[in-house]
Design a protein around this ligand. Structure first.
Ligand code: AMP
Length: 608
């Protein structure tokens, strides 16, 4: 039977899984890691890098390295979320031709779907390397709170990557599927999902006959680990400013190093109570002295810095429970998803809120991809008894006279679903109506998101209120919306599938698919060792070239001599790994080489 892969396309990391012999399994990438950074870069030579290899060079190529593209996918240019990304991202975000967002890497503009497609293509290749044959079908997950535009743009990304996305499912639902798979459970569960960029909470009923029914879902697509990292960066920048009177934010390279260090410290503090943040030669003073950043961060301090962020997630949990009419006592299990749920304070506050310890034994990084794979195999295999009943996260409706929003499908309705309402003309002899399709919770139309619009023309002439128009909304199992308007008298009708919102036309998608194909060929031809060796040798060359100069600058201090000694060790080890053709070891060594190269470049930039 044809294989279908499940892909968790994460803000920070992505993960791919498959069901083999009835067992869902995560597929490791070539480096042996079960998750791959959702990062994409274009090198000076125009080469495309995806995953760990892109992450490693992010500091020295910040402008041409995209991370957290998921925060931008399917968004319109004129939104606060895009404004906020413009202010904080080191890569260039520009306005696209359809009021959408494009990203400039080197001299080329990419749509966000294209960037995500590169990550999806990487996941496809990981699966194909493992299986030894081509894979075409996939189930891809999205946050439950993603709107129609974001879902459509994710589907487009799949098509560009050469995947037939047979279903888009919500991440928390996928997590519940993996949790309940094969266990014959009958219970109500909450899935608390805090990832790199987004937060979701869902309440589900798992029925003993393989029925998974979402009761309600809510979230915030701009609340996640990155916000925790930002708090640490702010704290470091402020401290440095007080000590040295220098604003580290003015220096792109320093900022990227701060970002790396902040995330690393945050993760370490999940295991230890205190950690040191140490960034030598971060910037130079006005007198051209190299300055270092060295600070201890405690878990208590981190919790103080980020407490309100965790509280925001708890408030959302509270309102979701209220909306769903389920009481806390009815929740029989709490499933934690997303890397951020490793933070002890998050676990503690979630346990406090629900009045029970979250369940163990579910791997927060892998559970979503596993659920997607389970759903994929169930869709292809009719023998499998599993029904997934998801809900629409937003209310859908149209604009009516006075600028009001008239709902047709309320929030948290089980999908697929459809609903009709009859409207009338508002003027005498009105021959056309414009249907504005909107999504959101405000009573005012303009405060909701516009999904699309169309005009129904040639209505029969009559007094106002006499012509009746039937509007039908339909949401398919992917959560994608189509709308139809019909003149009840003449039977004349117009309909749209809301597709324009991803910001790409069909022609654009087709040409991107073609381009991605050539890249797939390009990628698969690369031999693992050769690629890694070249990457390592480039870094080693840089370090060797800068060595004499750096040595001269820093050898005046113990700190500097120590750094030089370490750099020598890093080079020696890399040489011996190349000699032994140890590709795995060399891959790991790339990180140390990258760090040394950045530090060397930093020293030269700050002092010379
Ligand atoms: P995800 O989107 O689920 O891959 O989650 C990624 C987020 O989880 C990032 O912000 C990571 O920094 C964060 N993360 C991963 N591991 C840990 C950890 N051990 N402690 C704290 N945060 C973590």
């Amino acid at each position: 039977m044809e294989k279908v892969i499940g892909i968790d396309l994460g803000t920070t990391n992505s993960c791919v899984a498959i069901v083999e012999g009835g067992t869902p399994t995560v597929i490791p990438n070539r480096g042996g890691y079960k998750t791959t950074p959702s990062m994409v870069a274009i090198t000076e030579a125009g080469k495309r890098l995806v995953g760990h290899i892109a992450k490693r060079q992010a500091v020295t190529n910040a402008e041409n390295t995209v991370y957290a593209a998921k925060r931008l996918i399917g968004r319109k240019w004129n939104t606060t979320q895009v404004r906020s990304a413009l202010a904080t991202c080191p890569y260039r975000i520009v306005e696209g031709p359809h009021d959408d967002v494009r990203i400039q890497l080197r001299d080329k503009l990419y749509s966000v779907s294209e960037i995500s497609a590169m990550v999806l293509q990487e996941m496809k290749i990981i699966a194909e390397d493992y299986l030894g044959h081509e894979v075409r079908k996939a189930v891809v997950t999205v946050p439950a709170y993603f709107n129609d535009g974001q879902r459509q743009a994710t589907k487009d990304a799949g098509a560009i990557a050469g995947l037939d996305v047979i279903r888009i499912i919500n991440e928390p639902t996928a997590a519940a599927l993996a949790y309940g798979f094969g266990r014959n459970l009958d219970r109500t569960v909450a899935v608390y999902d805090l990832g790199g960029g987004t937060f979701d909470i869902s309440i589900l009923e798992i029925g003993s006959h393989g029925v998974f029914k979402v009761i309600s879902t809510a979230g915030d697509t701009f609340l996640g680990g990155e916000d925790f990292d930002s708090r640490i960066i702010d704290w470091l920048v402020k401290g440095f400013q007080q000590e040295h009177g220098i604003d580290l934010r003015q220096d792109r390279m320093a900022l990227q190093r701060l970002k790396d260090a902040a995330e690393k410290a945050k993760c370490e503090l999940s295991a230890v109570r205190e950690t040191e943040i140490n960034l030598p030669f971060i910037i130079s003073s006005s007198r051209n002295e190299a300055l270092h950043l060295q600070r201890m961060l405690s878990r208590d301090e981190l919790e103080r810095l980020c407490n309100d962020l965790i509280e925001r997630t708890i408030k959302i949990c509270e309102s979701t429970l209220e909306d769903s009419g389920v009481s806390k006592d009815d929740i029989e299990d709490v499933i934690l998803v997303g890397g951020m749920t490793r933070v002890p304070k998050v676990q503690h506050m979630v346990a406090g809120f629900f009045g029970r310890e979250p369940c163990k034994g579910v791997h927060p990084d892998e559970v979503v991809a596993l659920g997607a794979a389970i759903q994929g195999s169930a869709l292809l295999d009719e023998q499998q008894e599993m029904v997934l009943l998801d809900v629409t996260p937003h209310t859908l409706g149209i604009m009516v006279v006075g600028g009001f929003f008239e709902p047709l499908i309320p929030q948290n309705t089980t999908v697929p679903t459809s609903s009709s309402k009859t409207f009338t003309t508002v003027r005498d002899n009105q021959t056309a109506v414009k249907i504005l399709v909107l999504q959101g919770e405000s009573q005012r139309a303009e405060q909701n998101e516009l999904l699309g619009e169309f005009i129904l023309t040639d209505l029969r002439r009559a007094a106002k209120g006499q012509v009746e128009i039937d509007v039908t909304f339909e949401i398919n199992a992917d959560g994608i919306v189509s709308v139809q308007a019909k003149d009840l008298e003449t039977g004349r009708q117009q309909s749209i599938t809301v597709t324009a919102s991803s910001g790409l036309t069909q022609d654009e998608i087709t040409s991107m698919i073609d381009e991605a194909k050539t890249h797939a060929v390009d990628r698969r031809a690369t031999e693992a060792f050769e690629g890694t060796r070249q990457e390592a040798e480039k870094l080693m060359g840089d370090i060797e070239r800068l060595f004499p100069q750096v040595e001269q600058i820093v050898s005046g201090s113990d700190f500097g001599r120590d750094a030089i000694e370490k750099a020598r060790g890093v080079l020696d080890r890399a040489r011996s790994l190349i000699e032994r053709k140890d590709v795995e070891g060399l891959k790991e060594q790339l990180e140390a080489l990258g760090r040394t190269q950045r530090m060397f470049k930093g020293v030269i930039a700050k002092t010379g």
